[in-house]
Design a protein around this ligand. Structure first.
Ligand code: HEC
Length: 95
């Protein structure tokens, strides 16, 4: 079974995301910062990865939406959400 990072590479996550800077989507470090210490963070991020997301990061993305990922299993999605939450939390720039 491939590691989480390899699965994310295969799923195309890194085409739109980097850990330490904004690409199309928010830096994973910013996501880790926003959701740090939140009890339901894994569930919130899993839903966003599975069903897609819009409006939560518009101030940084200009309103681009994340597509849904129906090809991924719930277990894969949960592992990805947990991986994102394990990144070093970095506050996004003020704005
Ligand atoms: C086509 C570009 C694109 C791809 C591919 C993509 N994302 Fe995103 N992602 C975004 C954008 C844009 C946002 C911000 C959405 C918003 O404003 O609500 C986002 C937001 C997120 C968030 C934060 C959600 C939240 O609730 O705050 C997580 C976590 C995330 N993506 C993980 C992933 C993972 C894991 C994958 C691969 C399975 C992935 N993304 C693939 C563009 C993308």
């Amino acid at each position: 079974m491939a590691g989480v990072r390899a699965q994310m590479q295969a799923a195309g996550c890194f085409a739109c995301h980097a850990v330490d800077q904004k690409l199309v989507g928010p830096a994973y470090g910013w996501v880790a910062y926003r959701y740090r210490g939140k009890e339901n963070a894994v569930a919130i991020l899993s839903k966003a990865i599975k069903d897609g997301s819009s409006g939560k990061w518009s101030q940084y993305t200009g309103g681009v939406a994340m597509p849904a990922h129906p090809q991924l299993s719930d277990a894969q999605i949960k592992a990805m959400a947990q991986w994102v939450l394990r990144r070093k939390p970095v506050p996004p720039p003020a704005g």
